[in-house]
Write a new protein. Structure first.
Length: 202
């Protein structure tokens, strides 16, 4: 499985926005840190930034899945496309709104084929008392997005790179999140070397 995600985590604060856009910042702040400490620094910086935009592409065999979205601590937007199957979610003011193809609604909300066909292409409101709500919130808000970035298992430093004009340090490990049975692989998360040490590429 190949997985690539490019990220931008910036807030409206002028100093942080300038650091994100220009690549300037204080001297490297990850020197001497272990892989786990680098990941902790990345999580803390992303949380402090308050928001992130992401694009994720996963390829398994001849099938490609693309996930795009924007996440804050309380709200989020996510769009998932796998071939002809599509679903999009918008979480705002404590209510999740879901729209997609029949296949997308079946996967996201657990609808039967008949129910999914009936509601395909229509916005569906999901409230806090509905069973899918918790998993939707976890998937589209900032904390859940950060968790999806963190490599698992045995970690190692993967060297340096320039990502979007910024010096970055890579941490390599196992695939994060819930991985389907039989799927194996590794991933590398690149973290900005200078403050803010936000994740830059996954």
């Amino acid at each position: 499985m190949q997985r690539t995600r490019s990220l931008l985590a910036c807030t409206a604060m002028a100093t942080l926005a300038a650091a994100c856009s220009s690549g300037s910042g204080s001297p490297a702040s990850l020197t001497g840190k272990s892989p786990a400490e680098v990941l902790d620094a990345a999580s803390a910086a992303a949380t402090a930034a308050g928001s992130t935009h992401y694009v994720l592409t996963e390829t398994a065999g001849n099938q490609t899945q693309t996930i795009t979205g924007d996440a804050t601590s309380t709200d989020g937007r996510q769009s998932i496309t796998t071939g002809a199957v599509h679903v999009q979610v918008v979480l705002v003011h404590g209510v999740a709104y879901v729209m997609g193809t029949a296949g997308g609604l079946g996967a996201a909300l657990g609808f039967s084929a008949g129910v999914a066909k009936t509601y395909a292409g229509k916005w569906i409101a999901v409230g806090s008392s509905d069973s899918p709500y918790g998993s939707i919130v976890q998937a589209v808000t900032l904390n859940g997005t950060i968790a999806e970035l963190r490599p698992t298992g045995r970690l190692s430093l993967a060297g340096t790179a320039i990502i979007s004009g910024r010096a970055a340090l890579g941490v390599k490990g196992g695939l994060p999140g819930q991985i389907p049975s039989g799927v194996k692989g590794s991933t590398t998360l690149y973290v900005a070397s200078a403050r803010p040490t936000v994740p830059l590429k996954f």
